[in-house]
Design a protein around this ligand. Structure first.
Ligand SMILES: [Zn+2]
Length: 65
């Protein structure tokens, strides 16, 4: 019983740590993976950049535009 309790506590704590809040709008950041493609001027081949972005109400319009 006590073990289950502490496990649930750990899960709850982990979830809280994961979702950090924006101090401007108070929304929990949504981590998203943005993939952008770039053409290399040297080789002319396309490469993909993966970028992790934290989205909240302040920048969601910019990110999803
Ligand atoms: Zn915000």
């Amino acid at each position: 019983m006590a073990k289950q309790q502490s496990f649930a506590d750990k899960v709850a704590k982990a979830a809280m740590v994961k979702g950090s809040k924006c101090h401007v709008c108070g929304e929990v950041f949504q981590p998203i993976l943005m993939v952008t493609s770039e053409k290399s001027p040297q080789t002319g081949s396309w490469k993909f950049n993966e970028r992790r972005v934290q989205v909240c109400k302040c920048n969601e319009k910019k990110v999803y535009a």
